[in-house]
Design a protein around this ligand. Structure first.
Ligand SMILES: Cc1cc2nc3c(=O)[nH]c(=O)nc-3n(C[C@H](O)[C@H](O)[C@H](O)COP(=O)(O)OP(=O)(O)OC[C@H]3O[C@@H](n4cnc5c(N)ncnc54)[C@H](O)[C@@H]3O)c2cc1C
Length: 281
């Protein structure tokens, strides 16, 4: 990568006007950890957004507003009723990477192994984008393809609004790597709301072993409205994943990844159900 200059805006409006003025030569830098995978060949001007006031976690309307430049280590250390992203952050690679990577950087450029692209789809999070004013983009639209399309006119991801999980709802997260610090073979997140023993609503998302992190709507349909009893989640995983195309990953065959997905979807649903009914999370 060739960086010809380095800008350090101190406020959001300064960051936006710097990016606008530089045009396509602007390279937004948050934690800077992705550039090893996505090298930039032409001359670019780095715009470091870490001083622009985009970090921090605060309560908002019963959920959480997380600044895009918040380090993953801060998500990991945050513990509060309804907060579940600590359970996702702890599974991401190594402490060194969590100390550098930001939430915004993790989902502004999505890699097959991106943990938060999976978790935030299951949670139904909302992304806040600043360009000319502020707009909010729901998880289904935001994660429908590579988010670069949303920033191409000089916009910035400024925050993520994360629902609090509690009061009859629960969250489950499963990620399988070959070795610790390894890239994910398959990642699954589930968020479930119960009404008595019945699943009132559920969102399930997966990444790594499929072409792009996505919701598993067929699994959701197989679970919603079901009374929870022995085997219900394993059956729903088998039925809901039947038509899905998996990709071989890290030397593992498609068939292996498909079997792994069935196990992890069942486990993530079980974990979400346990935490929804107040059991072990
Ligand atoms: C060895 C290794 C292993 C890893 N393992 C995992 C893993 O298991 N799971 C996982 O999820 N991640 C993993 N990562 C991290 C992941 O691949 C990304 O590198 C990281 O999440 C990017 O975050 P960042 O803050 O460093 O963003 P940067 O690298 O600074 O930026 C990423 C991209 O987003 C753009 N960008 C950044 N912030 C914004 C913003 N606010 N608005 C608009 N655009 C923005 C940048 O221009 C760039 O294109 C790993 C990284 C490494 C190096």
């Amino acid at each position: 990568m060739s960086i010809s200059d380095f800008r350090t805006p101190h406020r959001l409006d300064e960051a936006l006007s710097t990016i606008k003025q530089l045009g396509p030569s602007a390279l937004v830098v948050a934690g800077g950890t992705s550039f090893i995978f996505a090298p930039v060949n032409e001359d670019r001007v780095a715009v470091d957004i870490n001083g622009a006031g985009l970090d921090g976690i605060r309560r908002e309307n019963g959920g959480f507003r997380v600044g895009a430049a918040t380090r993953l280590s801060a998500l990991q250390k945050h513990h509060e009723a309804g907060w579940v992203l600590d359970r996702v952050a702890i599974h991401l690679a190594s402490q060194q990477l969590r100390n550098m990577s930001t939430l915004g950087g993790n989902i502004a450029r999505i890699f097959p192994w991106s943990d938060f692209a999976v978790a935030l789809q299951a949670l139904g999070a909302t992304m806040v984008i600043a360009e000319n004013g502020e707009r909010q983009v729901g998880a289904d639209e935001y994660f429908s393809s590579q988010p670069a399309r949303l920033f191409k006119n000089g916009g910035l991801l400024t925050a993520v609004i994360v629902p609090a999980v509690g009061g009859g709802a629960g969250f489950g997260y499963r990620k399988q790597t070959q070795a610790s610090f390894g890239f994910s073979l398959m990642t699954v997140a589930a968020c479930m709301e119960l009404e008595g023993r019945t699943v009132k609503s559920v969102r399930v998302a997966a990444g790594a072993g499929i072409p792009f992190p996505s919701r598993l709507k067929a699994v959701e349909e197989a679970v919603k409205g079901q009374a929870v009893k022995e085997g219900v989640f394993a059956d729903a995983a088998a039925r809901g994943l039947a038509g899905l195309k998996f990709k071989s990953n890290a030397g593992m065959s498609e068939e292996y990844i498909a079997n792994l997905a069935r196990v992890l979807v069942g486990d993530a649903l079980t974990e979400a159900w346990q935490s929804a009914k107040g059991g072990a999370a």
